[in-house]
Design a protein around this ligand. Structure first.
Ligand code: S3P
Length: 430
Protein backbone atom coordinates (compact mmCIF):
# COMPACT_ATOMS: atom_id res chain seq x y z
CA UNK A 1 0.00 0.00 0.00
CA UNK A 2 1.22 3.51 -0.90
CA UNK A 3 0.56 6.12 1.77
CA UNK A 4 0.53 9.76 0.71
CA UNK A 5 1.37 12.65 3.01
CA UNK A 6 0.83 16.36 2.48
CA UNK A 7 2.89 18.99 4.23
CA UNK A 8 1.56 20.08 7.62
CA UNK A 9 2.30 23.49 9.13
CA UNK A 10 2.52 22.70 12.79
CA UNK A 11 1.70 20.19 15.50
CA UNK A 12 0.55 20.70 19.07
CA UNK A 13 -1.26 19.08 21.96
CA UNK A 14 -0.62 15.92 23.88
CA UNK A 15 0.19 12.43 22.65
CA UNK A 16 -0.04 9.04 24.35
CA UNK A 17 1.92 6.30 22.60
CA UNK A 18 1.72 2.52 22.95
CA UNK A 19 4.08 0.53 25.18
CA UNK A 20 7.79 0.18 24.48
CA UNK A 21 8.58 -2.70 22.11
CA UNK A 22 11.68 -3.99 23.94
CA UNK A 23 9.98 -3.89 27.36
CA UNK A 24 6.78 -5.44 25.93
CA UNK A 25 8.66 -8.44 24.49
CA UNK A 26 10.38 -9.02 27.82
CA UNK A 27 7.21 -8.57 29.89
CA UNK A 28 5.48 -11.31 27.85
CA UNK A 29 8.54 -13.58 28.03
CA UNK A 30 9.20 -13.15 31.75
CA UNK A 31 5.51 -13.49 32.62
CA UNK A 32 5.42 -16.71 30.53
CA UNK A 33 8.52 -18.06 32.32
CA UNK A 34 7.11 -17.38 35.80
CA UNK A 35 4.81 -20.02 37.29
CA UNK A 36 1.35 -18.53 37.68
CA UNK A 37 -0.61 -15.38 36.87
CA UNK A 38 0.97 -12.09 35.79
CA UNK A 39 -0.71 -8.94 34.49
CA UNK A 40 0.72 -6.53 31.91
CA UNK A 41 -0.55 -2.96 31.49
CA UNK A 42 0.07 -0.84 28.38
CA UNK A 43 1.52 -3.75 26.42
CA UNK A 44 2.35 -2.78 22.84
CA UNK A 45 -0.08 -4.52 20.47
CA UNK A 46 1.95 -4.69 17.30
CA UNK A 47 2.94 -7.46 14.90
CA UNK A 48 6.31 -8.00 16.58
CA UNK A 49 4.76 -8.39 20.02
CA UNK A 50 2.18 -10.82 18.60
CA UNK A 51 5.12 -12.91 17.36
CA UNK A 52 6.21 -13.21 20.99
CA UNK A 53 2.68 -13.72 22.35
CA UNK A 54 1.88 -16.44 19.78
CA UNK A 55 5.14 -18.29 20.39
CA UNK A 56 4.36 -18.60 24.12
CA UNK A 57 0.72 -19.46 23.40
CA UNK A 58 2.01 -22.26 21.15
CA UNK A 59 4.00 -23.50 24.15
CA UNK A 60 0.94 -23.69 26.37
CA UNK A 61 0.73 -20.27 28.06
CA UNK A 62 -2.68 -18.59 28.33
CA UNK A 63 -2.22 -14.97 27.26
CA UNK A 64 -5.49 -13.09 27.15
CA UNK A 65 -6.41 -9.45 26.66
CA UNK A 66 -8.98 -8.17 29.14
CA UNK A 67 -9.99 -4.48 28.94
CA UNK A 68 -6.80 -2.44 29.44
CA UNK A 69 -4.48 -5.29 30.36
CA UNK A 70 -3.12 -8.68 29.36
CA UNK A 71 -3.20 -11.59 31.75
CA UNK A 72 -0.53 -14.25 31.35
CA UNK A 73 -0.59 -17.70 32.93
CA UNK A 74 3.09 -18.60 32.95
CA UNK A 75 4.47 -22.14 32.69
CA UNK A 76 7.20 -22.17 35.37
CA UNK A 77 10.73 -23.55 35.26
CA UNK A 78 11.39 -25.77 32.18
CA UNK A 79 7.67 -26.42 31.98
CA UNK A 80 6.61 -25.18 28.54
CA UNK A 81 4.64 -27.59 26.34
CA UNK A 82 6.17 -28.88 23.14
CA UNK A 83 4.70 -26.76 20.31
CA UNK A 84 2.89 -28.79 17.64
CA UNK A 85 4.34 -26.66 14.81
CA UNK A 86 7.45 -24.54 14.18
CA UNK A 87 7.39 -21.30 16.17
CA UNK A 88 6.82 -18.46 13.68
CA UNK A 89 8.86 -15.38 14.57
CA UNK A 90 7.40 -13.15 11.82
CA UNK A 91 9.61 -10.08 11.37
CA UNK A 92 10.79 -9.98 14.97
CA UNK A 93 14.54 -10.05 15.60
CA UNK A 94 14.03 -9.63 19.35
CA UNK A 95 11.64 -12.60 19.64
CA UNK A 96 13.86 -14.90 17.57
CA UNK A 97 17.08 -14.00 19.39
CA UNK A 98 15.83 -13.92 22.99
CA UNK A 99 13.69 -17.04 22.71
CA UNK A 100 16.74 -19.15 21.75
CA UNK A 101 18.15 -18.54 25.24
CA UNK A 102 14.90 -19.83 26.75
CA UNK A 103 14.47 -22.81 24.40
CA UNK A 104 18.04 -24.03 24.93
CA UNK A 105 16.94 -25.40 28.34
CA UNK A 106 13.59 -26.95 27.46
CA UNK A 107 13.07 -30.70 27.14
CA UNK A 108 11.76 -30.72 23.56
CA UNK A 109 12.86 -29.83 20.04
CA UNK A 110 11.78 -26.53 18.50
CA UNK A 111 12.17 -25.04 15.03
CA UNK A 112 12.07 -21.27 14.56
CA UNK A 113 10.98 -19.77 11.23
CA UNK A 114 10.37 -16.18 10.14
CA UNK A 115 9.37 -13.89 7.28
CA UNK A 116 11.59 -13.08 4.31
CA UNK A 117 13.42 -10.21 6.02
CA UNK A 118 14.04 -12.05 9.31
CA UNK A 119 15.18 -15.12 7.39
CA UNK A 120 18.11 -13.09 6.05
CA UNK A 121 19.26 -11.76 9.43
CA UNK A 122 22.23 -13.24 11.34
CA UNK A 123 21.50 -15.95 13.91
CA UNK A 124 25.01 -17.36 14.36
CA UNK A 125 25.72 -14.48 16.77
CA UNK A 126 23.16 -16.25 19.00
CA UNK A 127 23.89 -19.93 18.27
CA UNK A 128 27.65 -19.51 18.85
CA UNK A 129 27.53 -18.34 22.49
CA UNK A 130 24.70 -20.77 23.25
CA UNK A 131 26.79 -23.64 21.85
CA UNK A 132 29.61 -22.56 24.18
CA UNK A 133 27.08 -23.11 26.96
CA UNK A 134 26.43 -26.64 25.64
CA UNK A 135 23.20 -25.90 23.79
CA UNK A 136 22.15 -28.08 20.85
CA UNK A 137 21.30 -25.32 18.41
CA UNK A 138 21.78 -25.16 14.63
CA UNK A 139 21.12 -22.38 12.13
CA UNK A 140 20.74 -22.79 8.36
CA UNK A 141 23.98 -23.08 6.36
CA UNK A 142 23.89 -19.32 5.84
CA UNK A 143 23.76 -18.76 9.58
CA UNK A 144 20.10 -17.67 9.48
CA UNK A 145 16.63 -19.04 10.26
CA UNK A 146 15.35 -21.71 10.33
CA UNK A 147 16.98 -22.45 13.66
CA UNK A 148 16.55 -25.87 15.29
CA UNK A 149 17.00 -26.27 19.03
CA UNK A 150 17.24 -29.73 20.57
CA UNK A 151 17.27 -30.59 24.29
CA UNK A 152 20.72 -30.72 25.85
CA UNK A 153 21.85 -32.38 29.09
CA UNK A 154 25.23 -30.67 29.21
CA UNK A 155 24.34 -27.01 29.64
CA UNK A 156 26.87 -25.03 31.68
CA UNK A 157 27.49 -21.47 32.82
CA UNK A 158 30.09 -19.42 30.92
CA UNK A 159 31.68 -15.99 30.99
CA UNK A 160 30.94 -14.39 27.64
CA UNK A 161 32.48 -11.26 26.14
CA UNK A 162 30.07 -9.76 23.64
CA UNK A 163 31.75 -9.37 20.23
CA UNK A 164 29.24 -6.62 19.26
CA UNK A 165 27.25 -4.28 21.48
CA UNK A 166 23.91 -6.06 21.09
CA UNK A 167 21.19 -6.34 23.71
CA UNK A 168 19.72 -9.25 21.80
CA UNK A 169 22.87 -11.38 22.02
CA UNK A 170 23.41 -10.34 25.64
CA UNK A 171 19.82 -11.25 26.52
CA UNK A 172 19.94 -14.65 24.77
CA UNK A 173 22.95 -15.66 26.91
CA UNK A 174 21.40 -14.21 30.10
CA UNK A 175 18.13 -16.06 29.51
CA UNK A 176 19.98 -19.34 29.00
CA UNK A 177 21.93 -18.56 32.20
CA UNK A 178 18.64 -18.02 34.05
CA UNK A 179 18.09 -21.79 33.78
CA UNK A 180 21.42 -22.82 35.40
CA UNK A 181 22.44 -23.21 39.05
CA UNK A 182 25.94 -21.75 38.48
CA UNK A 183 26.45 -18.07 37.64
CA UNK A 184 26.75 -17.02 33.99
CA UNK A 185 28.45 -13.68 33.33
CA UNK A 186 28.24 -11.46 30.25
CA UNK A 187 30.72 -8.65 29.63
CA UNK A 188 29.86 -5.80 27.27
CA UNK A 189 32.43 -3.17 26.30
CA UNK A 190 29.82 -0.61 25.31
CA UNK A 191 26.48 -0.44 27.13
CA UNK A 192 23.50 -1.73 25.11
CA UNK A 193 19.88 -1.52 26.26
CA UNK A 194 19.55 -3.17 29.68
CA UNK A 195 15.87 -4.09 30.04
CA UNK A 196 16.61 -7.78 30.60
CA UNK A 197 18.85 -6.82 33.52
CA UNK A 198 16.53 -4.18 35.03
CA UNK A 199 13.36 -6.24 34.67
CA UNK A 200 14.91 -9.40 36.14
CA UNK A 201 16.86 -7.38 38.73
CA UNK A 202 20.24 -8.82 37.67
CA UNK A 203 23.47 -7.83 39.43
CA UNK A 204 25.48 -5.51 37.16
CA UNK A 205 28.94 -4.00 37.69
CA UNK A 206 30.52 -1.19 35.68
CA UNK A 207 33.53 -2.43 33.65
CA UNK A 208 35.56 0.25 31.83
CA UNK A 209 33.04 1.91 29.56
CA UNK A 210 30.75 -1.12 29.71
CA UNK A 211 29.26 -3.64 32.14
CA UNK A 212 29.60 -7.10 33.62
CA UNK A 213 26.28 -8.81 34.28
CA UNK A 214 25.60 -11.88 36.45
CA UNK A 215 22.69 -14.30 36.22
CA UNK A 216 21.69 -17.67 37.63
CA UNK A 217 18.57 -19.67 38.45
CA UNK A 218 18.01 -17.61 41.58
CA UNK A 219 17.05 -14.69 39.32
CA UNK A 220 14.21 -16.73 37.74
CA UNK A 221 11.10 -14.47 37.57
CA UNK A 222 8.04 -14.77 39.82
CA UNK A 223 4.55 -13.82 38.57
CA UNK A 224 3.98 -10.06 38.91
CA UNK A 225 2.28 -6.94 37.60
CA UNK A 226 4.08 -5.13 34.76
CA UNK A 227 3.48 -1.58 33.54
CA UNK A 228 5.09 -0.92 30.15
CA UNK A 229 6.09 2.75 29.68
CA UNK A 230 5.45 4.22 26.23
CA UNK A 231 7.96 3.57 23.47
CA UNK A 232 10.81 6.09 23.26
CA UNK A 233 11.76 4.83 19.78
CA UNK A 234 8.22 5.50 18.50
CA UNK A 235 8.23 8.88 20.23
CA UNK A 236 11.43 9.87 18.37
CA UNK A 237 9.41 10.30 15.14
CA UNK A 238 7.08 12.81 16.80
CA UNK A 239 9.90 14.55 18.64
CA UNK A 240 11.73 15.20 15.36
CA UNK A 241 8.48 16.28 13.63
CA UNK A 242 7.85 18.85 16.39
CA UNK A 243 11.42 20.14 16.34
CA UNK A 244 11.35 20.62 12.55
CA UNK A 245 7.96 22.36 12.22
CA UNK A 246 7.52 26.02 13.15
CA UNK A 247 5.27 27.21 16.02
CA UNK A 248 4.92 23.69 17.38
CA UNK A 249 4.77 22.38 20.92
CA UNK A 250 3.99 18.81 21.95
CA UNK A 251 3.81 16.83 25.18
CA UNK A 252 4.38 13.08 24.93
CA UNK A 253 3.20 11.20 28.01
CA UNK A 254 4.80 8.40 30.04
CA UNK A 255 7.79 7.82 27.79
CA UNK A 256 10.38 5.21 28.76
CA UNK A 257 13.44 7.09 30.06
CA UNK A 258 15.83 4.19 30.71
CA UNK A 259 19.30 5.71 30.31
CA UNK A 260 20.33 3.03 27.79
CA UNK A 261 17.57 4.37 25.52
CA UNK A 262 17.62 8.16 26.02
CA UNK A 263 20.61 8.75 23.72
CA UNK A 264 18.25 10.15 21.09
CA UNK A 265 17.09 12.88 23.51
CA UNK A 266 20.70 13.75 24.38
CA UNK A 267 21.81 13.92 20.73
CA UNK A 268 18.82 16.03 19.67
CA UNK A 269 19.33 18.34 22.67
CA UNK A 270 23.02 18.71 21.78
CA UNK A 271 21.88 19.64 18.25
CA UNK A 272 19.86 22.50 19.77
CA UNK A 273 16.56 20.68 20.23
CA UNK A 274 14.25 22.18 22.84
CA UNK A 275 13.30 19.01 24.75
CA UNK A 276 12.46 18.95 28.43
CA UNK A 277 11.54 16.10 30.76
CA UNK A 278 8.68 17.47 32.84
CA UNK A 279 7.75 14.61 35.14
CA UNK A 280 9.74 11.48 36.05
CA UNK A 281 8.52 8.27 37.69
CA UNK A 282 9.67 4.67 38.08
CA UNK A 283 7.90 1.32 37.54
CA UNK A 284 9.32 -2.26 37.51
CA UNK A 285 12.85 -0.80 37.65
CA UNK A 286 12.26 1.36 34.55
CA UNK A 287 12.25 5.21 34.57
CA UNK A 288 9.56 6.98 32.57
CA UNK A 289 8.09 10.45 32.31
CA UNK A 290 6.47 13.16 30.18
CA UNK A 291 8.48 15.16 27.70
CA UNK A 292 7.82 18.62 26.30
CA UNK A 293 9.17 19.41 22.83
CA UNK A 294 9.21 22.79 21.06
CA UNK A 295 10.17 23.89 17.52
CA UNK A 296 13.92 24.38 17.30
CA UNK A 297 16.73 25.37 15.01
CA UNK A 298 19.12 22.43 14.76
CA UNK A 299 22.83 22.17 14.11
CA UNK A 300 24.63 18.90 13.30
CA UNK A 301 27.16 17.62 15.81
CA UNK A 302 29.77 14.90 15.90
CA UNK A 303 28.04 11.73 17.12
CA UNK A 304 30.38 9.71 19.38
CA UNK A 305 30.87 5.96 18.86
CA UNK A 306 29.88 5.08 22.46
CA UNK A 307 26.37 6.40 21.95
CA UNK A 308 25.62 4.36 18.80
CA UNK A 309 24.17 1.25 20.56
CA UNK A 310 21.94 3.60 22.57
CA UNK A 311 20.49 5.31 19.46
CA UNK A 312 20.68 2.38 17.03
CA UNK A 313 16.94 2.22 16.28
CA UNK A 314 16.61 6.02 16.05
CA UNK A 315 19.33 6.65 13.45
CA UNK A 316 16.89 6.76 10.48
CA UNK A 317 14.74 9.48 12.10
CA UNK A 318 17.82 11.25 13.49
CA UNK A 319 19.04 11.47 9.90
CA UNK A 320 15.82 13.26 8.93
CA UNK A 321 16.53 15.82 11.68
CA UNK A 322 20.12 16.00 10.41
CA UNK A 323 19.26 16.89 6.82
CA UNK A 324 17.43 20.02 8.02
CA UNK A 325 20.15 20.96 10.51
CA UNK A 326 23.03 23.31 9.81
CA UNK A 327 26.12 21.49 8.45
CA UNK A 328 26.58 17.99 7.05
CA UNK A 329 25.01 14.99 8.77
CA UNK A 330 27.56 12.23 9.43
CA UNK A 331 27.02 8.88 11.10
CA UNK A 332 29.87 6.36 11.54
CA UNK A 333 30.57 3.23 13.67
CA UNK A 334 27.05 2.03 12.94
CA UNK A 335 27.66 -1.10 10.83
CA UNK A 336 25.00 -2.90 12.91
CA UNK A 337 22.44 -0.90 10.91
CA UNK A 338 23.09 -3.28 8.04
CA UNK A 339 21.74 -6.21 10.14
CA UNK A 340 18.34 -4.65 10.98
CA UNK A 341 14.88 -5.19 9.41
CA UNK A 342 16.46 -3.84 6.22
CA UNK A 343 20.03 -2.77 5.54
CA UNK A 344 19.28 0.63 7.05
CA UNK A 345 22.45 2.25 5.71
CA UNK A 346 21.45 1.48 2.13
CA UNK A 347 17.72 2.12 2.74
CA UNK A 348 18.35 5.61 4.12
CA UNK A 349 21.00 6.49 1.52
CA UNK A 350 18.88 5.39 -1.47
CA UNK A 351 15.86 7.38 -0.26
CA UNK A 352 17.96 10.47 0.40
CA UNK A 353 19.46 10.29 -3.09
CA UNK A 354 15.91 10.51 -4.49
CA UNK A 355 15.74 13.94 -2.83
CA UNK A 356 18.74 15.18 -4.77
CA UNK A 357 20.96 15.23 -1.70
CA UNK A 358 24.61 14.35 -1.98
CA UNK A 359 25.12 11.07 -0.12
CA UNK A 360 28.37 9.26 0.58
CA UNK A 361 27.82 5.70 1.81
CA UNK A 362 30.40 3.98 4.04
CA UNK A 363 30.48 0.41 5.31
CA UNK A 364 29.59 1.72 8.80
CA UNK A 365 27.50 4.81 8.03
CA UNK A 366 27.02 7.75 5.68
CA UNK A 367 27.52 11.47 5.13
CA UNK A 368 24.72 13.66 3.76
CA UNK A 369 25.12 17.17 2.38
CA UNK A 370 23.58 19.49 -0.21
CA UNK A 371 20.03 20.71 -0.72
CA UNK A 372 16.67 19.00 -1.13
CA UNK A 373 15.17 19.21 -4.62
CA UNK A 374 11.47 20.11 -4.76
CA UNK A 375 10.10 17.07 -6.63
CA UNK A 376 7.34 15.03 -4.98
CA UNK A 377 8.87 11.66 -4.21
CA UNK A 378 7.68 8.13 -3.49
CA UNK A 379 10.05 6.77 -0.89
CA UNK A 380 10.70 3.05 -0.45
CA UNK A 381 10.05 1.58 2.99
CA UNK A 382 12.14 -1.50 2.17
CA UNK A 383 9.44 -3.28 4.26
CA UNK A 384 11.13 -1.77 7.31
CA UNK A 385 8.86 -0.03 9.84
CA UNK A 386 11.44 2.51 11.01
CA UNK A 387 12.34 3.50 7.45
CA UNK A 388 8.63 3.89 6.61
CA UNK A 389 8.00 6.14 9.63
CA UNK A 390 11.17 8.21 9.23
CA UNK A 391 10.29 9.05 5.61
CA UNK A 392 6.64 9.66 6.55
CA UNK A 393 7.85 12.35 8.96
CA UNK A 394 10.05 13.80 6.23
CA UNK A 395 7.04 13.84 3.86
CA UNK A 396 4.98 15.74 6.46
CA UNK A 397 7.68 18.41 6.60
CA UNK A 398 8.45 18.75 2.88
CA UNK A 399 6.59 21.50 1.02
CA UNK A 400 5.70 19.05 -1.73
CA UNK A 401 4.73 16.22 0.67
CA UNK A 402 5.70 12.66 -0.24
CA UNK A 403 4.53 9.04 -0.41
CA UNK A 404 5.72 5.81 1.15
CA UNK A 405 5.58 2.49 -0.64
CA UNK A 406 4.65 -0.60 1.44
CA UNK A 407 3.70 1.67 4.30
CA UNK A 408 1.75 -1.11 6.08
CA UNK A 409 5.00 -2.38 7.67
CA UNK A 410 4.60 0.37 10.35
CA UNK A 411 2.37 -2.15 12.15
CA UNK A 412 5.52 -4.04 13.21
CA UNK A 413 6.04 -1.47 15.98
CA UNK A 414 3.27 1.13 15.81
CA UNK A 415 0.00 0.18 14.05
CA UNK A 416 -1.65 3.50 15.08
CA UNK A 417 1.02 5.79 13.61
CA UNK A 418 -1.44 7.54 11.24
CA UNK A 419 -4.01 8.17 13.99
CA UNK A 420 -1.26 9.68 16.13
CA UNK A 421 -0.26 12.06 13.32
CA UNK A 422 -3.94 12.97 12.97
CA UNK A 423 -4.37 13.74 16.69
CA UNK A 424 -1.53 16.24 16.84
CA UNK A 425 -2.36 17.95 13.55
CA UNK A 426 -6.12 18.17 14.26
CA UNK A 427 -5.32 19.97 17.50
CA UNK A 428 -3.81 22.66 15.29
CA UNK A 429 -7.31 23.85 14.29
CA UNK A 430 -8.35 24.22 17.93
C1 S3P B 1 16.49 -4.81 20.89
C2 S3P B 1 17.82 -4.62 20.68
C3 S3P B 1 18.39 -3.93 19.53
C4 S3P B 1 17.33 -3.16 18.74
C5 S3P B 1 16.07 -3.94 18.58
C6 S3P B 1 15.49 -4.31 19.94
C7 S3P B 1 16.03 -5.49 22.12
O1 S3P B 1 19.03 -4.86 18.67
O2 S3P B 1 17.82 -2.78 17.47
O3 S3P B 1 15.10 -3.16 17.87
O4 S3P B 1 14.85 -5.37 22.48
O5 S3P B 1 16.86 -6.16 22.76
P1 S3P B 1 20.56 -5.28 18.95
O6 S3P B 1 20.66 -5.52 20.38
O7 S3P B 1 20.84 -6.52 18.15
O8 S3P B 1 21.37 -4.11 18.47
Amino acid sequence: MIQEFNQINKVNGELKLPGDKSVSHRAVMFASLAKGDSVIYNLLESEDIYSTINAFRDMGCDIVKYQNRFSVKGAGFKNFKEPFRPLYMGNSGTTSRLICGILASQNFTTTLTGDESLSKRPMKRISEPLKLMGAEIETSENGTLPVIINPSNRLKAIEYNLPVASAQIKSAVLLAGLHLEETTTVVENLPSRNHTETMLGLKTEKRGGGNKIYVSHKDYPEPKEYFVPSDISSSAFFIVLTLLLKNSELIIKNILLNETRTGILNVLKAMGGNIEIIDQKISSGEMYGDILIKSSKLKNIEIPEEIIPNIIDEIPILTIAGIFAEGDFIIRDAKELRAKESDRITSVCENLKLLGLSVEEFEDGYKVSGNISSRKITFQSYHDHRIAMAFSILSLVLEQGGSIENFECVSISNPSFLEQVQIITTDEAG
